[in-house]
Design a protein around this ligand. Structure first.
Ligand code: UDP
Length: 366
């Protein structure tokens, strides 16, 4: 018999547990410090409205990885879903991500695709060759006006720092399009699980050789020597008792409201004005358009720096963080029989499909 310990029951931990459980000779213990499985993907029905709520913020599954797309559907029915986001700026509603509609609305024009390309090229800062940060990346692709309107204020609120301090890779998450395609994601496979995400985790972890222990917080006093292999998906700095200092994360929190009918007419509306204290409003019933609900619950999202007991969401990866991270990574390299997996343990801005893809690849190697 081989014994495995998995710390964290988000997608990294759950996929690894599920894959290992196929061998009846394996015994897998999954621990999680929360009182539920699924990490930040956890969903539950809101008791007031019966709407399926993504407790830690909406998760829209999207991937270009066919293997991941096929894999996830062993555990759920994915209902095709296209996320169409709006952004409010100075009293007007615009289409997001930036597409031909946004450009024409913003500049009050009726340009065709080729005209818009030429126009944007004329205002983009093309002299920036290799963008070194978020701001330079934005200026190079869309120019100052669109950047200042849709990205500068939102990004300052979301990340709590100047966009010049942030990596260019964050902006590269969003496409810029010269047609009217307003699909928020560019990936070919997109959907929402019909019964929510928690049901996926329940199915993944439902095996006689998987033992799940909730409300169990891992700390460095644990003896790991009895396990053949350990998979750690918690924050990398916490694993080492923050000995090189804390890595910075942004956290988000939500204010819930309930009303009758349809509150905002769309799943997500972003608020780009810096004076508006929140970043976006999520109305969760629009993520399950196949369900009928008379009432609606909507959640206003605020962003702040993490304090002691906050849930870490977004790794900031500022210069100082990256220096600390490399010290922690050097420690990791010296260890064997333990793998650091997923967003928190590798301190990267990863989507669900990245996490699942990497977990599947890791298991193939082990
Ligand atoms: N962003 C922005 N304005 C928007 C939407 C996004 O400035 O209306 C920036 C912001 O810095 C954000 C990043 O683009 O963190 C990536 O956006 P995405 O929607 O992928 O973020 P997530 O949904 O992961 O929070």
């Amino acid at each position: 018999m081989k014994k495995y310990l998995i710390i964290g029951s988000g997608f990294s931990g759950a996929v690894i547990a599920e894959q290992l459980s196929k061998n009846p000779e394996n015994h897998i213990t999954v621990v999680d410090d929360r009182n539920h499985i699924g990490g930040n993907c956890y969903t539950e029905r809101d008791p007031e409205t019966n709407v399926m709520v993504h407790k830690y913020g909406p998760h829209i599954f999207n991937t270009d990885n066919k293997e991941v797309w096929d894999y996830i559907q062993n555990f759920c029915e994915m209902v095709p879903f296209v996320n169409r986001v709006k952004s409010v700026y100075k009293g007007n509603v615009y289409s997001m991500p930036i597409n031909l509609h946004t450009i024409n609305q913003f500049f009050n024009k009726t340009m065709k695709p080729e005209e818009a390309k030429v126009f944007i090229e004329s205002i983009a800062k093309k002299d920036i060759e290799e963008p070194q940060n978020f701001e330079e990346q934005a200026m190079k692709f869309i120019g100052e006006d669109l950047y200042k309107a849709f990205f500068y204020g939102y990004t300052k609120k979301q990340w709590g720092c100047e966009p010049t301090e942030l990596p260019a890779s964050i902006l590269k998450r969003l496409p810029v399009r010269f047609n009217y395609n307003d699909n928020y994601y560019a990936n070919p496979y997109q959907g929402i699980p019909r019964d929510g995400y928690t049901a996926i985790f329940e199915k993944m972890l439902d095996a006689s050789n998987i033992e799940v222990k909730l409300n169990t917080k891992f700390d460095s006093s644990w003896d790991l020597s009895e396990y053949d292999h350990v998979f750690y998906s918690g924050p990398i700095d916490a694993f080492f008792d923050y000995k090189y200092g804390r890595l910075s994360y942004r956290t988000v929190y939500f204010e819930k409201s309930v009303t009758e009918g349809d509150y905002q007419g769309n799943p997500v509306i972003n608020y780009a004005d810096p004076e508006v204290p929140y970043t976006r409003v999520h109305e969760h019933k629009h993520f399950t358009p196949w369900e009928q609900h008379d009432k609606t619950a909507y959640f206003t999202e605020f962003s702040k720096e993490t304090e002691e007991n906050d849930i870490p969401y977004y790794p900031k990866r500022l210069k100082d963080d990256m220096e600390k991270l490399s010290l922690y990574e050097d420690e990791v390299k010296k260890m064997d029989k333990i793998s650091f997996v997923g967003r928190l343990a590798t301190y990267r801005y990863m989507d669900m499909h990245h996490v699942i893809g990497e977990a599947l690849e890791l298991i193939k190697k082990i």
